[in-house]
Write a protein that binds this ligand. Sequence first.
Ligand SMILES: C[S@@+](CC[C@H](N)C(=O)[O-])C[C@H]1O[C@@H](n2cnc3c(N)ncnc32)[C@H](O)[C@@H]1O
Length: 273
Amino acid sequence: MEARTLHAHELDPHRPNPARMYDYYLGGFHNFEADREAAEAAESAFPGVRAAARANRDFVRRAVRYLVGEGIDQFLDLGSGVPTAGNVHEVAQALNPDARVVYVDAEPVVVHAGEALLANNDRARILHADIRHAEAVLGASEVEQLLRLDRPLGLIMASVLPHIPDCDDPDTLVARYVAALAPGSYLVLSHGSIDDYNAAETGEVYDVYRAATSPITSRPAARLTAWFDGLDLVEPGVVVVTHWHPERGDVPAKLRIAHHGGVARVPWRPAAR
Ligand SMILES: C[S@@+](CC[C@H](N)C(=O)[O-])C[C@H]1O[C@@H](n2cnc3c(N)ncnc32)[C@H](O)[C@@H]1O
């Protein structure tokens, strides 16, 4: 199957979109008034949504720095969001100028902004595709030209699986991508678990997202841990993102919203006889 092509006419600036709301939480400007209003409504329904988004992005940056330190020089970032300042390619290429990155996102505004940002970077591209079509993504020309799947790679699925409902089988999706990774690769995953804290208070946040172009699903940390089955979890395992290799100054002390993350390595497997 071809990677799904999405067109600008699919963009509705009057309907809040979670990707653009997320961009607003991060302080970006790739969002419309409807996105900003919905983001503020979610934040006032349950203050802490914005802090969780920022803490998640900080986690991704720390994970990328860790992976580069482990020798990873190529990244596939699924559901990347707008690759604004401090994103994967900047963090990785600051440490290793030869690092290569392919971003994948389904949101036209994200892809449009990404193409502009990456126009002068021949080692980073953004692919406009739906990550639910794993074969199409893995076989896309951007991936084939920039990445080598037979070498260790950093696969990032940060805060994208809340956008994949259970009816789309996220378990099989994660397993399909992990199966394509060479030994020595890493999986970086994060996911919101709003219910862990206070379901009553957070109900209104879900209402805001239900009215958006796609609802979000909250899942407990145990579900996230299961996605790492068969991989070697890097210490401290699956934790609230602010607790994963914290660095002073870049994260709030405590999140009201449980947003979990973890990093794991694909083990070397004995060669088949
Ligand atoms: C909450 S943002 C996370 C951005 C980034 N990964 C991070 O952690 O900072 C989720 C992103 O996933 C994208 N997304 C959601 N569902 C997707 C799908 N089925 N295929 C590709 N991208 C998707 C959205 O457009 C959005 O940009």
